[in-house]
Each structure stands twice: as structure tokens, then as C-alpha cells.
Design a protein around this ligand. Sequence first.
Ligand code: RFL
Ligand code: PHB
Length: 389
Amino acid sequence: MKTQVAIIGGGPSGLLLSQLLHRRGIESVVLERKTRDYVLGRIRAGVLEQGLVKLMEEAGCADRLHAEGILHDGTLISYGDEMFRVDFTEHAGTPVVVYGQTEVTRDLYDAREKAGGQIEFNVEDVMIHGADTNAPFITYKVDGQERRLNCDFIAGCDGFHGVSRQTIPLDVRREYEKIYPFGWLGILSETPPVNHELIYANSPRGFALCSMRNENLSRYYIQCALTDKPEDWTDAAFWEELKRRIPADQAANLVTGPSIEKSIAPLRSFVTEPMRWGRLFLCGDAAHIVPPTGAKGLNTAASDVHYLYNGLTEFYADGSTDGIDSYSQKALARVWKAERFSWWFSSLMHRYPDQSEFDLKMQVADLEFLRSNKAAQKAMAENYVGLPY
Ligand code: RFL
Ligand code: PHB
């Protein structure tokens, strides 16, 4: 089999890239290790920057997003019983959109199917060959049968645990990592959200986040120990703990109900450099991870896709390699800023096991500065809605 761009990974990065390339007349094949239902069953991101919304429009996939996405003009931040708001539209001129990653992925799968796009599911033993030559190819297995895909370029969109990053030789690859000493326990419940805006809560018992998918579907998270398992937490224990971490007046309004999903995610900051090796380009979680506090993971994946698809479009239009040659540098420049914001916001909001009294005072001073200072709110808002690309 032969294609122009072989895409490893059928998550949001791989699907968005494939659909955008299709709209520019460039063909691709997506290789996904799991099934469509498995990918759609993963509950992840909920907040989209306008940059990603624009890419979904360019991809011809934004109708449902515009109809069902909820515009958020600001967010609430609490510490103890104190709560304040940062206004995105006032300070950064644009809102964000609350629309689940599951829905983004579903819209992209539907569009790829409608366009007759090639997606192979349940692929195993994916291996990249000749990425540093002009004739790269991929071998993989489906139902135990070996297959080969020849291509011009390979996009490694296979997430943090994929094969693409590992293919880049160790003497070329440099990795930077910070592991946080806690995780997030998240639940999804068919209940109305406690507030019409998100609440990021710093409390002496640890961080909590009140988010949502729609007016009758809420997503809540609490900081938990890395050793905790989802089954250690009954729904009743989760709700009790959440109520203790958000301001009392909000807790009084919280509608509880059975969880329909419960999972724990560890928190990590991670960047690999460079994001290109020969004809292999890394995109999204394959190249970098942020802690979810700033809602930057999916959005950073989207900016990678933007740079890569424009670079590839230029190449196929007139043979210019300028866009693909500057891909890694441009993508990383934005990635590091998202890393900084996510690290800062995580540090501001969580309880750390080794935090001293001094560290706690610094957190409160930082929160009070943000509460009272317009310049600090502007910096936060600009980062939260997404830096330009
Ligand atoms: P994905 O989504 O991990 O998709 C990679 C795909 O590659 C497949 N794969 C392979 N396929 C073939 N061969 C192999 N060897 C393969 N190995 C892996 C996998 O099955 C999978 O389908 O990466 P992608 O596409 O780069 O997308 C990244 C996003 O998923 C991620 O950054 C976000 O979910 C992060 N994130 C958030 N991002 C935001 O922008 N806003 C948010 O509000 C937000 N909240 C979150 C989040 C992530 C969370 N978790 C669980 C980590 C909240 C949470 C709790
Ligand atoms: C979510 O709704 O899942 C969500 C929202 C904001 C974040 C992280 C996750 O910062």
C-alpha cells in the first residue's frame, strides 16, 4: 500500500491532521491500535481554544461544535471560601468553548468516514523504517498478517505511549520531564453543573475542579494520591470530598448523582526535542504532555497539527521545504509556553506533600495578587484562551 502521509494514531491529532490534509487534496492513511469505540470511550479534555475551533472549521467539522459547544467568557478560582473570576473576553478578547474531546473525535471520525478516508483499526506491532531516508515506510500487523505502507512522510500522532517518539535515536532525542506527586480522580455524572462556569479550587485538602460537558453532564476532579485506585473511591466518598474542597455556598448547590465514568490520571510535564527526525514528525501527546490544570493538552496538539499541515501543504504545492523545516522549532516555541502556564497553574492550585508553611504563604500571595491585579489576570487570560499561532 502507498500513501502520501502515513499517520500513526487515530486520536484527535491524527484525525484532525488527516481531515485537514484531505481538504488540501493530500492523501493519508491513519493506523490506530484500538477500535473507534475504545478511542471514543476515553473521557479527556473539555475546553477548546479558538485556534482549535478554527481548525475544526477548516476541516469542515465544526457544525455540531458551534451548535452544542458552550462559550465560556471567564473562569472562577477559589481558595478556601474565597472566590474570584478571571474574565477572558475582557482581558484577552475571546472566550473558550466547552465541548468534549470525545465529541471532537467523534466529529472527526464521522468526517473521515464520509470522505472515504482510510483508517485501519486494531493494528499491532507498528514499526517505522527509513524515517531518515527519502523512502520511509511502516510495517504493522492486522489479524496477525504483516502489512507494509510506503509513504512520503510519517506523522507520529500516537500519544505518550506510542512508538513514534521511541523511533528517534537517543543521541538525537532530548527529553525533559517533571512528574507531580499526585493524580486527578475524575468522574462524569448526569447532573447539572454546580456553576455555569468552571471552578478551579485550591483548598487545604487539595485541588478540585468543577467542569462540565453540557447542562446535564458534569465533570468533576479532585487531587488524589498516586497510590489511589478509582475503585477505592465510592461515589459518596467522592462527592463528600469535593464538597469539602469548594466554597461552602457552591457546595450547598452541588447536585450529586451516580458516576457514569471514574478514572485517575497522573500529572506530568514532558517535552521531547526535536519534534522532527528526517521524514518523521511528532504531533500532540507523542511529543509533549502537560498537567491538565491549564486545559492545554489537546489545544497544544492542535497547534502542532496547524504547523505540520501547513508545512506539508506548502511542500505538495510547490516543493518548498521551509514549512516542514521550521516545524519543530515553531511547534516547540509554543509548546514551552503552554508547559510554563500549565506548570505555573498546577503549582498555584495543588497541595504538595513537601510544601512548607512558607510555600503555602507564597501560594496565597500569588492567588491574592491574581485576584487583585488586572495585569496578572490579563496574563492568565491570554494563556488560558491560548497564545496565538
Ligand atoms: P491521544 O489522544 O493519546 O491519541 C493517540 C492515539 O494513538 C493510538 N496509539 C497507537 N496507534 C497505533 N500504533 C501504536 N503503536 C499506537 N500507540 C498509541 C492510541 O490508541 C490513541 O488513539 O493523543 P493526541 O491525539 O495527541 O491527543 C492529545 C489529547 O488526547 C490530550 O492532550 C488531552 O486529552 C489532554 N487533556 C486536556 N487537553 C486540553 O486541551 N484541555 C483539557 O481540558 C484537557 N483535559 C486532558 C484533560 C487529559 C486528561 N487525561 C486523562 C490525561 C483531562 C484529563 C483527565
Ligand atoms: C475537563 O472538563 O475535563 C477539564 C476542564 C478544564 C481543565 C481540565 C479538564 O483544566
